[in-house]
Design a protein around this ligand. Structure first.
Ligand SMILES: O=C(O)CCC(=O)C(=O)O
Ligand SMILES: [Fe+2]
Length: 283
């Protein structure tokens, strides 16, 4: 039989003392995991195992939440283009909304855009009743997709996002580009699939829920075009090369209504974004 304290007792004495002291001070086990990972000495998995097995750790401290994508806002992210650090511009904790700068360089933004030149068609939305993709007056942009393996730059960026969100590449939907001309918008909506809607259940069957969204801003916009979260009082203005990350579901994997968001009308210029949705399972 394995020693139930093995992962904890295997820690060096100073780490054991640190874990004990922090638990005694009622620190959140999840925050302790972040600190151990930031030290560069432990993976998240090893840190969780050690803390979970420490005396005084609340039962089920890590069991309740299913794994979710996350951005480690405490760590410098070394995995930007050309090895430059990605910049953390802001982070909202609950619901998790994180804006990162310098995720793509100008050449990468241009390459994704060029790949889609001549491939756009009017954007659609997935109907809740029958699951069909249909043009909708609430979404007036054009869209184009980049299939995995079709564009080396897209594949590289996809791996970068997977590392930033701690989520396997295989669980991501292919990039969906959105191009908005003047007056184009995407009115308030959710990105999660509605488990109570027959039409969305068919989409849930492949890959599960859309746990998180990345919006990559591939252009500047002269005026308008912010990504707006009306329930959070938050507006994010497009900056070329930045990436907006948000979770669509709560810690239990349920759709989170606070994530209502919109692409505000473009008033001058043109807005191009790439969406990447992270699913619960392989897509
Ligand atoms: O255009 C935006 O800023 C938001 C786009 C969006 O929410 C979507 O395509 O699902
Ligand atoms: Fe959206």
């Amino acid at each position: 039989m394995t020693d139930p304290l093995s992962a904890f007792t295997a820690l060096p004495p100073d780490w054991r003392a640190w874990v004990r002291d922090n638990l005694a001070r009622a620190c959140l086990p999840a925050d302790m995991v972040d600190s151990m990972v930031r030290s560069g000495q432990y993976s998240a998995e090893a840190a969780r195992a050690a803390i979970a097995q420490a005396p005084g750790c609340p039962a089920g401290a890590f069991a309740a939440a299913p794994a979710q994508p996350y951005i480690d806002t405490g760590a410098a992210a070394p995995d930007g283009p050309g090895g430059r650090a990605v910049e953390l511009l802001f982070a909202l904790r609950d619901p998790a909304v994180v804006l990162l700068g310098g995720v793509l360089d100008d050449a990468e933004c241009a390459a994704l855009r060029q790949h889609c030149d001549g491939r756009y068609s009017r954007s659609t939305v997935t109907a809740e009743d029958d699951g069909a993709s249909a043009v909708h007056q609430g979404r007036t942009s054009d869209m184009a997709f980049i299939a995995r393996g079709d564009c080396a730059v897209a594949d590289r960026v996809e791996r970068r996002l997977a590392a930033l969100a701690h989520w396997p590449v295989e669980r991501g939907e292919p990039f969906q580009l959105q191009r908005y001309g003047i007056g184009n918008e995407y009115r308030a909506h959710f990105d999660w699939l509605n488990p109570d809607a027959a039409g969305h259940r068919a989409h849930l069957a492949r890959g599960g829920q859309r746990l998180a969204t990345f919006i990559l801003y591939l252009s500047e916009v002269e005026q308008g075009g912010a990504t707006v979260f009306p329930k959070l009082g938050l507006e994010v203005f497009p900056r070329k090369g930045s990436a907006l990350f948000f979770l669509n579901t709560d810690a239990a994997g349920r759709p989170d209504p606070r994530t209502l968001h919109a692409g505000a009308p473009v008033l001058a210029g043109c807005k191009v974004i790439a969406n990447k949705w992270l699913r619960a399972g392989d897509y």
